[in-house]
Design a protein around this ligand. Structure first.
Ligand code: BTN
Length: 275
């Protein structure tokens, strides 16, 4: 059973209903749940429509990409999952999720952020801004986990899960020097509602473009948010072994391109280390 939506979030949803394209018209809020992605998947299995949002104040088994867990203490972050049912948009939802969060955070708070392939949202470090390194060694502010379900007939739905660090938390030691929050970066308290709503507005817009067969704006926005995608020294652990080279952009299908000697290699998924 869900819990009542806190008044600040209800107000933010109420004020933005004409801009969200139906995303967030149905919201299921939980003070605590295991993983909002699991709740959203079970709602999708029971027919919940595209744009249904599952939101929690804390998760006891939040998960991230590549089998990691996602630290989800109460009220420190936005833990949100969105049901997407568009087969045309499905291949690009990983990129769309990163861009939507980057646009949502920037437009609601003014904090400049970058994306690291495929969709980690980071705050670039001062070191990178001062030009001491050509690679933006940023601290992670948000991550996106896209999980799809398909049948022989094709893709049924994709759950896009967003974890956005709003406030500082007692991060586990392995995260403490790699994670940051919007409030720590801005040096002031932040409101969850506008960040969530602006992220949903951006997601609805990008999915709308993709449904009309237009991926140009999404790819252009992604490339603008991701300067590290060209010219950075990277290493990547892939299913078929380790790749070391120089990032050479993304292909129009979202694959990371890496120059290794005089060859260009495509990376579809894997753990990237940016040097
Ligand atoms: C990453 O590894 O960067 C992706 C993190 C995604 C975390 C979010 S929090 C809401 C949703 N529910 C989950 O269990 N995971 C995603």
């Amino acid at each position: 059973m869900s819990d009542p939506l806190p008044p600040d979030l209800a107000q933010a949803f109420g004020r933005s209903s004409d801009r969200r394209g139906g995303f967030g018209d149905r919201v299921h809020y939980f003070l605590e749940t295991r993983s909002t992605n699991d709740v959203a998947a079970s709602l999708a299995e029971r027919g919940a429509p595209q744009g249904t949002v599952v939101l929690a104040s804390s998760q006891t088994a939040g998960r991230g990409r590549l089998g990691r867990s996602w630290y989800s203490p109460p009220a420190a972050g936005l833990y949100v999952s969105v049901i997407c049912r568009s087969p045309t948009a499905a291949p690009y939802l990983t990129l769309a999720g990163g861009v939507a969060v980057a646009e949502g955070v920037t437009s609601a708070t003014g904090l400049p952020v970058e994306i690291k392939w495929p969709n980690d949202v980071v705050v670039p470090s001062n070191r990178a801004r001062l030009g001491a390194s050509s690679v933006p060694l940023g601290r992670k502010l948000a991550g996106v986990l896209a999980e799809g379900a398909s049948t022989a007939g094709g893709i049924q739905y994709v759950i896009l899960g967003f974890g956005i660090n709003l406030r500082p938390a007692a991060y586990p030691i392995e995260l403490s020097d790699r994670a940051t929050s919007i409030a720590s970066e801005l040096g002031r308290e932040v409101e969850a509602g506008p960040i969530l709503v602006e992220t949903l507005v951006a997601l609805a817009r990008h999915i709308g473009h993709l449904e009309r067969g237009d991926r140009t704006e999404l790819l252009a926005r992604w490339r603008t948010f991701a300067p590290s995608v060209v010219g950075s020294s990277i290493e990547c652990e892939t299913a078929s072994g380790r790749v070391a080279g120089t990032s050479a952009g993304i292909a129009d299908d979202g694959a990371l391109l890496v120059r290794v000697g005089n060859r260009i290699q495509r990376i579809i998924s894997g753990e990237i280390t940016w040097r």
